[in-house]
Design a protein around this ligand. Structure first.
Ligand SMILES: [Zn+2]
Length: 50
């Protein structure tokens, strides 16, 4: 996983039972969504491709 902000390497990070990606370069945190997000992304992608 690379940081979408600075392309740095992100580290997995757990806080309050939630998973985050944490970038040690720009110190951004991205919450890791459940797998539903991936399904939404995939269906959105196939929609735009057609
Ligand atoms: Zn970053």
């Amino acid at each position: 996983m690379n940081c979408p902000f600075c392309s740095g390497k992100m580290l997995k990070h757990i806080r309050s039972n939630n998973l985050y990606w944490f970038c040690s370069d720009c110190r951004q945190e991205l919450p890791i969504q459940n797998k539903q997000l991936r399904c939404v992304c995939l269906s959105a992608k196939s929609l735009t491709e057609t």
